[in-house]
Design a protein around this ligand. Structure first.
Ligand SMILES: O=C(O)CCC(=O)C(=O)O
Ligand SMILES: [Fe+2]
Length: 293
């Protein structure tokens, strides 16, 4: 792949199925309209962007994220509160505890493949994750290109899912923890009875027009209109295609990395890491639209 320079923003594709580095920008300062346009174009083309070596306050992170649209407020964490009351847009992802209480969510556990907040009617179109502290090992975040995952499906699988909707479970977060208020579903075996939101399994991207597979999350998913066994079998086949290495790019974090991803056409997961290490990330999310078939 070629490196393109759009003065003064440089886009360096990862060479994998998705992902590119952006260099030549300091996000603690206002960007020019040309820089913003170049970053948004690169984002549509590469789905996940990484901008390294940043030193950002929460206000800087919020200002940069707002170039992509209005921000969603952070979901209420498992503690039942927002972590940074003066910036309700910021989600803290961390294993660190202060006075015995977690300062953020997800702890040090693996986060399973998902897209953010797909359990709501209008999931965010973008998430932006900025690293303040990272462990020496582990805690890497991987991304999947769901356009290429869809395109690679055999025709019979494409036919089996066209026009169908799938439920995205709201009762658990991506680390598998039950969310506050959903404790009653902790042992419910029937995915049809667990609350969530139905979205089309094949969605078209509102900007690029390309079709992608929209799986969102595996836990308690259910394909509308199918029996549980039939739905599980079809989901297993779809997931087996989606998580192939050829559709994937891995981020190994450094302090000061900002990663932004298109939440409509990618999925991500995170490796576990040793809980004696500290990892602190601040995240914003940009309001999205209803997922169109
Ligand atoms: O901790 C990470 O690297 C990713 C966590 C996550 O799923 C997110 O921020 O949306
Ligand atoms: Fe996530």
């Amino acid at each position: 792949m070629t490196t393109t320079t759009m003065n003064p923003v440089t886009v360096i594709p990862s060479g994998a199925a998705l992902g590119a580095d952006i260099t030549g920008v300091d996000l603690s300062r206002p960007l020019t309209d040309e820089q913003v346009a170049a970053i948004i174009d690169a984002w549509h083309q590469h789905l996940v962007l990484r901008i390294r070596g940043q030193s950002l306050s929460d206000a800087d992170l919020i200002r940069f994220s707002q170039h992509f649209g209005e921000l969603d407020l952070a979901p209420i964490s498992s503690s039942g509160k927002r972590e940074i009351p003066e910036h309700p847009e910021i989600v803290v992802i961390s294993n660190v505890k202060e006075d015995g209480r977690p300062i953020g969510s997800l702890g040090n556990a693996e986060a399973e493949w998902h897209t953010d907040m797909s359990y709501v009617e209008r999931p965010p179109k973008m998430s932006c994750l900025y690293s303040l502290e990272v462990p020496e090992e582990g805690g890497n975040t991987s991304f999947l290109n769901m356009y290429t995952a869809y395109e690679a499906l055999p025709d019979d699988l494409k036919l089996a899912i066209i026009g169908k909707r799938c439920k995205h479970d709201i009762s658990r977060n991506s680390a598998g923890e039950i969310r506050k208020g959903f404790e009653a579903y902790a042992n419910e075996p029937d995915p049809r009875k667990i609350p969530g939101t139905y979205h089309p399994l094949v969605c078209s991207h509102p900007k690029t027009g390309r079709q992608c597979l929209y799986l969102g999350r595996r836990g308690n998913a259910h394909i509308e209109g199918l029996g549980v066994e039939e739905s599980e079998a079809l989901l297993d086949q779809l997931w087996a295609y989606a998580i192939k290495l050829e559709f994937r790019w891995d981020q190994v974090w450094r302090v000061g990395d900002l990663i932004l991803w298109d939440n409509r056409c990618t999925m991500h997961r995170r490796d576990a890491f040793d809980d004696s290490a500290r990892r602190i990330m601040h995240r914003t999310q940009v309001k999205g639209e209803t997922r169109p078939a």
